[in-house]
Design a binder for this molecule. Structure first.
Ligand SMILES: *Cc1c(COP(=O)(O)O)cnc(C)c1O
Length: 369
């Protein structure tokens, strides 16, 4: 059993994917070809956001969003201590300082009650992460940001494209939503890709220009930008995959909920799901004791696992001295206990039962030892 089954999806969509790729090979517009605009329009429709700007990766999406907001040296950006390094990386890359806030013990998302205390006159944005595919407390964050001089809120939605929050789509919940089409994300391409979403016309224009070296018109560079476009071929792959994406989202939700039932019966602690939010379960994560032994035992039974993430980002060597951070005990505890189980839109009931049975067995063995 694979940790993420990308082959089944390819087999199911093979004719569409091949046809889409062939079309690009025939027209030959590999950079900014017609599929780029077509995908942006479809993603606008899907998310409800007024603007979608496809970019080279999820990391690039976050970087360009910060650049569009003119965030730089002397500025602080509040973010979560428990995320993939890219979230913090882009803040440091623009010359600003990440301010790390601890997370909720049961969801791993940023702890809203700790955000206000981290705001200073230098704060220029708040960057929550919709971890494992479940949106953070966006209404509360937006309200807090509004009370503090309309601070922009950037949702790192790399794991949550397709998720919903009180009937609205992830990526369309704040100033910016940034997602990733890395192959293993809920909506993946066959390489690197990403997208920025916003309802603000001026910010959208800035992002479009920054994406192509700050060009307002050809060879007129009005700002410093990056080479941040998403290839036409990768856009073509996402277009083909969109055909069954809504089905996949429904499957992920149903499988995640079934996992929850089985894991609860087995008495294992897991990531909580908040009311009014539907996760896309980019990862299905539980909390275990003696994780290394549990992972090894699962692997021996043919069940691969992964850890998202073993070290809080504020404790990583690269960020320790480049950030403002207090003690983040919750992030630390999660980092030592969290473990992700296989997740794909086609996992069947028998497989789920087997995974959880092996998990329960190995966890009780670890506890008894
Ligand atoms: C994957 C991921 C990113 C980066 O996306 P890439 O497309 O790999 O650059 C950023 N933030 C989070 C939370 C992610 O999971």
């Amino acid at each position: 059993m694979p940790f993420i089954d990308l082959k089944e999806q390819y087999q199911a969509l093979k004719p569409q994917i091949q046809q889409r790729i062939n079309t690009v090979l025939e027209h030959g517009q590999y950079i900014m070809g017609p599929e780029v605009k077509e995908l942006e329009e479809q993603l606008q429709g899907f998310s409800g956001a007024k603007h979608c700007i496809t970019v080279a990766s999820g990391t690039e999406a976050l970087l360009i969003a910060l650049m569009a907001l003119d965030i730089g040296p002397g500025d602080e950006v509040i973010t979560t201590a428990f995320t993939f390094a890219a979230t913090a990386e882009v803040i440091v890359l623009v010359g600003a300082t990440p301010v790390f806030v601890d997370v909720e013990a049961d969801t791993g998302n940023i702890d809203i009650s700790k955000v206000e205390g981290a705001i200073t006159p230098r704060t220029k944005a708040i960057m929550p992460v919709s971890l494992y595919g479940q949106v953070a407390d966006m209404d509360e964050l937006n309200a807090l940001a509004a009370r503090h001089g309309n601070l922009p809120v950037i949702e790192d939605a790399a794991q949550s494209f397709g998720a919903e929050y009180h009937g609205r789509k992830s990526c369309n919940l704040s100033t910016f939503g940034c997602t990733s089409f890395f192959p293993s994300k809920p909506l993946g391409c066959y390489g690197d890709g990403g997208a920025i979403f916003t309802n603000d016309d001026a910010l959208a224009k800035a992002c479009r220009e920054i994406r192509v070296h700050g060009q307002e018109r050809r060879y007129v560079h009005t700002r410093v930008g990056v080479g941040g476009r998403m290839d036409t071929l990768q856009c073509a792959v996402v277009l083909a995959k969109l055909e069954r994406f809504e089905w996949e989202v429904a499957q992920r939700l149903a499988i995640g909920q079934r996992y929850n039932e089985l894991v609860d019966v087995a008495g294992i602690r897991r990531v909580s799901q908040r009311a009014g939010r539907t996760s896309v379960f980019a990862q299905y994560s539980v909390f275990v004791r003696d994780r290394a032994a549990v992972q090894q035992a699962l692997l021996e039974q043919g069940v691969p696992t992964a850890v998202h993430y073993p070290i809080p980002v504020n404790e990583q060597p690269a960020y320790k001295n480049k950030s403002v951070t207090g003690h983040t005990p919750v992030a630390q505890a999660l980092a030592s206990e969290v473990m992700s189980l296989p997740m794909s839109p086609n996992l069947d009931e028998a497989t789920l039962q087997r995974i959880v049975a092996v998990l329960a067995q190995t966890q009780s063995a670890a506890l008894a030892a």
